[in-house]
Design a protein around this ligand. Sequence first.
Ligand SMILES: Nc1ncnc2c1ncn2[C@@H]1O[C@H](COP(=O)(O)OP(=O)(O)OP(=O)(O)O)[C@@H](O)[C@H]1O
Ligand SMILES: [Mg+2]
Length: 335
Amino acid sequence: MIEFQQVNKTYRVAGRDIPALHPTSLTVPQGQVFGLIGHSGAGKSTLLRLINRLETPSGGTIIVDGEDVTAFNADQLRRFRQRVGMIFQHFNLLSSKTVADNVALPLSLAGELSRKQIDQRVAELLARVGLQDHAKKYPAQLSGGQKQRVGIARALATEPKILLCDEATSALDPQTTASVLKLLAEINRELNLTIVLITHEMDVIRRVCDQVAVMDAGVIVEQGPVAKVFLHPQHPTTKRFVQESENVDENEQHDDFAHVPGRIVRLTFQGESTYAPLLGTVARETGVDYSILAGRIDRIKDAPYGQLTLAITGGDMDAAFARFTEADVHMEVLR
Ligand SMILES: Nc1ncnc2c1ncn2[C@@H]1O[C@H](COP(=O)(O)OP(=O)(O)OP(=O)(O)O)[C@@H](O)[C@H]1O
Ligand SMILES: [Mg+2]
């Protein structure tokens, strides 16, 4: 659905070039939720805004839905942007218009539907985002979560194929964030919409994304399926985001469990293996003993996973390690 071929973007400010995106190649398959994570200034918004050509690339080619959007003229661009919805951190609603009129706006601007058709489509959109009873309200009368739902309804009005989300949940509390993410996941599933989502929280990525790209200083430093990147981060930036999401503070992380005897391993269980009684079986069969130093069981999108750090003592340790490796479990020896 989206393909970047060596795309770069340099802003020119007061005679100086600011490289915001170094030459980047990237593919987002149709129907995926693709996450972009990175610190402030990493170039996330720049990359996102290149997709709907709110920014013009300094070099490279951008193909969206089979078309080279770098070659579009003004009229083609206007029509193209109707096929790419966007939502924002601060919602960008018009405060002088009702909820229904905010959602209707892209349809009135497109000028393709009658008033009656617009009203019907707005009613459908408001029902989809759970705001059917709020049509006549003004944005100031809504909660943050409700405002973002209006933003989503408005973004979907012209039946886009792609939805771009720039920090869409960053202004919301955790519970509201969860409900908005659930809505985005639903939309992705039911409308088969491709979603590109910016966040600075790994937890947002873990809950809704299929793929993730980690950005640092205008470069994608790590990219792949969420389970792989989240459970086995390679780049220091990725590791830091994962640690933050697990509430591990730096001191704790640097504690190498010096006072704990035995070998230290980290086991990662995914899918069905998460529920298998592996530890007990291996301990009984090989005579090793273990204590759990750290652990977490959670979900990545819909798939369960578990990650346990164990200190292992006594018994036939090599046999135990072999058993872990044989099972559908990823083992890293930390010490
Ligand atoms: N319109 C602009 N003119 C000049 N420089 C810009 C412009 N927009 C962004 N930049 C610069 O480009 C770099 C990347 O900015 P960008 O907004 O893409 O980062 P970001 O990852 O979205 O950050 P944040 O998390 O703070 O939103 C920064 O150095 C920024 O100052
Ligand atoms: Mg940004």
